[in-house]
Design a protein around this ligand. Sequence first.
Ligand SMILES: [Zn+2]
Length: 416
Amino acid sequence: MKSRPTRPRTGGSTADQVTVRRHNLSVVLSHLRDHGPRSRARLAEETGLNKATVSSLVAELVDRGLVGEGETERATVGRPGQIIRLDGEHVVAVGAEVNVGYLSVLVLNLRGQVVARQRVALDTAALEPALVLARLGRLLDSALVGVAARPVGVAIAVPGLVEVDTGVVRAAPNLGWTDVPVVAEITRLLGEPPYPVLLDNEANLAALAEVEAQGLDRGGDLVLITGTAGVGGGIVVGGRLLRGADGFAGEVGHMRVRADGPPCGCGRTGCWEAAVGLNALLAAAPEDGPPQDLERRLAEIGDRAAAGDARVLAAIADVDRWLTVGAGILVNVFNPHLLVLGGYFAALRPWLAGSLRDELRGHAFARDIGGTRVVFSSLGFTGPVRGGASQILDRVFRDPVLVEPVDKPLAQEEIV
Ligand SMILES: [Zn+2]
């Protein structure tokens, strides 16, 4: 959606003018994100703001460390102009994730480039939540140690029922967590930082990362099915995350698809995730020796499947069969533009890609599965942390004033 500038009406109050200016800062900053570096003159032309206003807005964005001046652009007429671009050095956003078997942190600069990334294998389900969060606090510290830029926020992804407003994880059965105040604890561990710490469901954040990665139209519909130990769902309708009445929408892993199925971590039987979660596959390829990083284990399973290991191939065929059952239900309910398979399902792409779309035809009511495209995520296990960091950046693009001006002037004096 293109943001339009707002002009103050004559006689507007000072408060109105402050609001208008904040909005216009967002228009200029977002325009640079969506359309790339350009001169002040071009910014003025394309946003409909006058040149003097654009110069003043750019000066403020420079002061806040959000944009910088680059090389000159050869103008077709008149003298060359200074190019304004998003700053890649002064602010960063942080995404973090707690999941079964690992912790992960990813740091993005304002241009959306990865500045730092860390993931550690950790038996999170066997440890007390306080110990897991203490470890996450240390991982955040170590990820930010080498980053000279200022963090503008941290978003934490957890699989389970998450209260976004209070920052509390109400239930994460695969971690064994109930009523864990994640935001309060991480805020304390980070020493009450000046930036916000937010919490969201991991599949919700991963779905938002897919909207960007798959280039979905801003008003489009997408369903992400992501496989880790559990199975998460993130549902985007009309470009917005579907959250539901209490914020717990998208728990597709607990659709009861298999009455005679195995017990689920949630205490019921027959849940979809008990049939297609990662544990069902890992059980077919038991680990020898100490715990390994998830991606290495999946690579090992891939090697065994490629070598024709009958047990592994049978486990994959079982995942394929039940994956299609659940995916068929979601396609019938949501008729999304895109059905994205993420997490470990993407690692099974060589075995799933050929059959899944054809098999789905047998489950979908609409002809040609209602035009839904079935695609695999290319984000590996970084979807939740990318989505989290991007949400933090979005806050800044919506309201650049959230970022305090830097102490020293960053750019040389503006050349008039
Ligand atoms: Zn369940």
